[in-house]
Design a binder for this molecule. Structure first.
Ligand SMILES: [Zn+2]
Length: 91
């Protein structure tokens, strides 16, 4: 799951997976062709820098479906959990 821009507009950066047809299936239910980014990317390398552009529904899904690890964990135990997420969500 990574972040994709549907447009440069506010609340139009979605969290999802890109399928074999090149379309993104976002957590909020949106399906769209991602906007091309510099350096031949379609997904953002990390968390969107401009929070105004984040889709609130996708952000909500992201927070509730996978408890935030890095922010509150004092010991770094969360690294193991992140591996589970990356393998479990391909569809
Ligand atoms: Zn969304």
């Amino acid at each position: 799951m990574t972040w994709f821009l549907r447009s440069m507009g506010d609340r139009d950066t979605h969290h999802g997976v890109v399928g074999p047809d090149g379309a993104v299936a976002a957590a909020c239910g949106a399906r769209f062709t991602p906007r091309p980014l510099p350096y031949d990317r379609v997904s953002l390398p990390g968390y969107p820098q401009d929070r105004d552009q984040i889709c609130p529904a996708c952000e909500h899904h992201r927070r509730t479906r996978r408890p935030a690890s890095a922010t509150w964990s004092p010991t770094g135990v969360s690294t193991r959990a992140r591996h589970q997420f990356s393998t479990g969500s391909r569809g």
